[in-house]
Design a protein around this ligand. Structure first.
Ligand SMILES: Nc1nc2c(ncn2[C@@H]2O[C@H](COP(=O)(O)OP(=O)(O)O)[C@@H](O)[C@H]2O)c(=O)[nH]1
Ligand SMILES: [Mg+2]
Length: 264
């Protein structure tokens, strides 16, 4: 992961912003002069990766404790770029915001485009720009939610950076991880990126409105995914036409009402 994609060096570039607010750096920027090529031993790289991950897990536990104390249910939405994370979020927020108190953390390498889309729905949102980084980590999420006033008994939606690889390794402290694949991506994605499916509990197959035009076998995709993770719960829907969204909404409402996250 980080030794090959370079994301471990990305912290100096992380920006955390609220739409309409002036940009501020989430981290003090300093140029890292070290580069991974100096680590000539595989072992050194492995140890660094383990450090990064165990540090991440510690901070994720801190986030989890914070969410628990405030009875917040947090979701981590992961997918490849363009699968429809933001579109599904927009639909969900638009249709359920009267019933559920939402806030959103948006992750992307650059731009606040997605945060602006959420801001347009009058939902509290913070954008994390990871620069070169290809995933969110628990410290970025901590810094982002410290910029918001997360309400007790609310639901926090975290849209991760579009990438089916690295985000699988970074616990953010969420309760549910939702992996989204779309019908334009090929039904063998679960086989190619097993970690992401192994570490998620919900799998949404999006863009079913395009099924007549693409060779995507829904049952095959689900079968591949189940082989990796038999406990996955599936939803097949179209974020843009609304087909199939009710089952997802019902699951979401049921899940969060069991935790008293439904508005009175
Ligand atoms: N046909 C179709 N297009 C969709 C659907 N969901 C998203 N899209 C389109 O896919 C593109 C990427 O969507 P976006 O939500 O930005 O994906 P993200 O990168 O995962 O956040 C946009 O052009 C969306 O309009 C869907 O269910 N059906
Ligand atoms: Mg998006």
């Amino acid at each position: 992961m980080c030794s090959t994609c370079g994301c471990g060096d990305a912290n100096g570039e992380v920006k955390i912003t609220i739409p309409g607010e002036k940009e501020s750096n989430g981290h003090h920027h300093h140029d890292h002069s070290h580069d991974h090529h100096h680590h000539s031993h595989e072992k050194t790289i492995l140890e660094i990766e383990q450090d990064i991950l165990s540090n991440n897990d510690l901070l994720a536990q801190r986030n989890r404790g914070f969410f628990e104390a405030k009875n917040i249910t947090a979701f981590n939405l992961v997918s490849s770029p363009g699968s429809g994370k933001t579109s599904l979020l927009e639909a969900t927020l638009r249709d359920l915001k009267e019933e559920i108190e939402f806030s959103v953390i948006e992750g992307d390498q650059q731009t606040a485009n997605d945060a602006d889309r959420i801001d347009a729905l009058k939902i509290p949102v913070v954008q994390i720009n990871t620069g070169k980084g290809c995933h969110l980590d628990s410290d970025m999420v901590y810094k982002a939610f410290k910029k918001m006033e997360l309400k007790d008994n609310s639901v926090l939606m975290i849209e991760n950076v579009g990438n089916l690889v690295c985000p699988a390794m970074f616990d953010l402290g969420e309760q549910h991880r939702v992996v989204i694949i779309s019908t334009t991506e090929g039904d063998d994605k679960p086989m190619k990126y097993p970690d992401m499916f192994h570490n998620s509990d919900i799998c949404i197959i999006n863009k079913i409105d395009l099924l007549p035009y693409v060779s995507f076998d829904v049952e095959k995709a689900k079968d591949y995914a189940r082989r990796i993770n038999p406990n996955l719960t599936f939803f097949e829907l179209s974020a843009t036409t609304g087909e199939g969204v009710d089952a997802w909404y019902n699951w979401l409402k049921q899940t969060v009402s069991a935790k008293n996250n439904i508005k009175a």
